[in-house]
Ligand binder design. Structure first.
Ligand code: 2M8
Length: 446
């Protein structure tokens, strides 16, 4: 099923181009995030891809996350990568470097990485349900699919709410910048600089074969990323040990805000699958606790929320889009909106268009061409667009969507863009950039 774009004809070319990217990266039942740079299945990319597929072929959208959830760890963790070992030469770290089978909790089947990523999966499921609902046949198929996948999604959320938040703070702990999804963001600089690294087994980076090194994390960052991997492997991915001894333990406010939105989505899905009342209470409790945790992370001086370094017992001051993350958790407050509109973010006169940059252009750490240290990322803007729309802030949502569609129209579906010029950067034909564009194009207005 291919739905026509709702706003033709101006958007038809963009629509067709976005569909082409998904088809080009289609690996059968899952989608490569990018043709060369990312040849495996990444967790949150896959969820965004499911949203894109839902506009093209609902049955395909329902298959997208199945391989990912089939690779769920016994703890409930959804791994950040499910490897395609036919492509092991093209990406580092490969599955052998992770060696996850040292853990009794690792799944059988295709090998995985030892981390997780932001839990956007339930948002994708609820988008599938929204799109399937009007058609009786699709609705039946979607309900059956949701009934099948629901227990695994619940277990994934339970893992995040318990194993990753033993303090019951409402904020999720991440053990690695790769878990945040925003790898070399300045948010992590202080923590990454706070520990010494030991000897690393030899390795060769593959990412810089495909993308200019200046647009990727530095070698210094990579050594730290790999050191954290070695430490987790040495502890056999035992999370009780990691929680005690790991040098990178951060309450990630962006991850936690997505978790609130995901729990709200899961609560709606509880009705669709006729989940027991006890499940609804549990999920509602996780959402409420998350909201309180996220609200408590707002720094009154900065007017932005902060991540928290568990090991040092200190809030991490930085000015990135993550400071506005409580919007994603449903906090549409005057303080956050003032920040969003200010020169620190959308109101900055040096921006190509009113889109969120990954780091505030007013922050000392801002590097407009370097990966998560400045460029604009479509998926991040999609999350804020969704949040604004849900809060009834249609004016702001519409402006964000229009600017994002302009970028896609003029430059195609890149991984990220220079926020000052709109110049496309990173990988071309990035699946999730195409996927969220399809969702923007299909949205009736804002
Ligand atoms: C990027 O991360 C990977 C490591 O997970 C990498 O740079 O090699 C991030 O943008 C991450 O958020 C994303 O899921 C992944 C695939 O698009 O690429």
């Amino acid at each position: 099923m291919t739905l026509p774009p709702r706003n033709p004809p101006a958007t038809e070319t963009v629509w067709n181009a976005a569909v082409k990217v998904l088809l080009g990266n289609d690996a059968g039942d899952w989608t490569r995030p990018a043709p060369q740079l990312y040849p495996h299945q990444w967790s949150w990319d896959s969820a965004f891809c499911a949203i894109g597929w839902a506009h093209v072929d609902l049955r395909r959208a329902m298959r997208e996350q199945q391989r990912l959830f089939a690779a769920q760890w016994r703890t409930g963790k959804i791994p950040y990568i499910v490897y395609d070992d036919t492509a092991s030469e093209s990406y580092f770290p490969d599955s052998a470097r992770w060696g996850c089978r040292v853990s009794p909790d690792a799944p059988d089947g295709p090998p995985t990485g030892g981390l997780c990523q932001p839990p956007v999966h339930a948002l994708a499921l609820s988008r599938i349900w929204d799109l399937a609902r009007p058609d009786p046949e699709q609705r039946g198929a979607a309900r059956r699919y949701l009934r099948r996948i629901y227990p695994a999604v619940l277990a994934w959320h339970r893992y995040l709410a318990t194993v990753r938040d033993p303090e019951g703070s409402g904020l999720v702990t991440v053990y690695h910048p790769w878990e945040s999804g925003c790898d070399n963001s300045p948010r992590w600089d202080t923590v990454l600089n706070s520990f010494q690294i030991g000897d690393l087994p030899p390795y060769v980076r593959r990412d810089t074969r495909f993308v200019e090194a200046a647009q990727r994390p530095s070698d210094r960052d990579y050594r730290r990323y790999l050191w954290l991997l070695e430490l987790m492997k040495r502890r056999h991915y035992d999370e009780s040990l990691i929680a005690r001894h790991h040098p990178f333990k951060v309450k990630d406010v962006f991850f936690s805000s997505i978790f609130v939105a995901a729990n709200e989505a899961l609560l709606e899905l509880c009705d669709v699958v006729d989940a027991p009342a006890a499940d609804r209470e549990l999920v509602a409790g996780w959402a409420q606790r998350g909201q309180a945790g996220v609200a408590a992370s707002v720094d009154p001086d900065l007017g932005l929320s902060l991540d928290y370094d568990v090991r040092a017992g200190a809030w991490l001051r930085s000015r990135t889009f993550a400071g506005l993350a409580p919007l994603i958790a449903g906090y549409h407050t005057a303080t956050l909106i003032a920040q969003l509109d200010s020169a620190a973010f959308l109101g900055n006169p040096g921006l190509h268009g009113p889109l969120l940059a990954s780091t505030s252009p007013l922050d000392d750490a801002f590097e407009p061409r370097n990966y998560w240290r400045g460029p604009t990322w479509p998926v991040i803007n999609w999350l804020f667009w969704r949040a604004l729309r849900r809060a009834g802030d249609h004016g702001r949502a519409q402006r964000l969507r229009a600017a994002a569609l302009d970028l896609a129209d003029s430059d195609g579906f890149f991984e990220y863009y220079d926020p000052r010029t709109g110049e496309p950067l990173g990988s071309p034909d990035q699946s999730w950039s195409a996927a969220v564009t399809l969702d923007w194009l299909a949205a009736p207005d804002a």
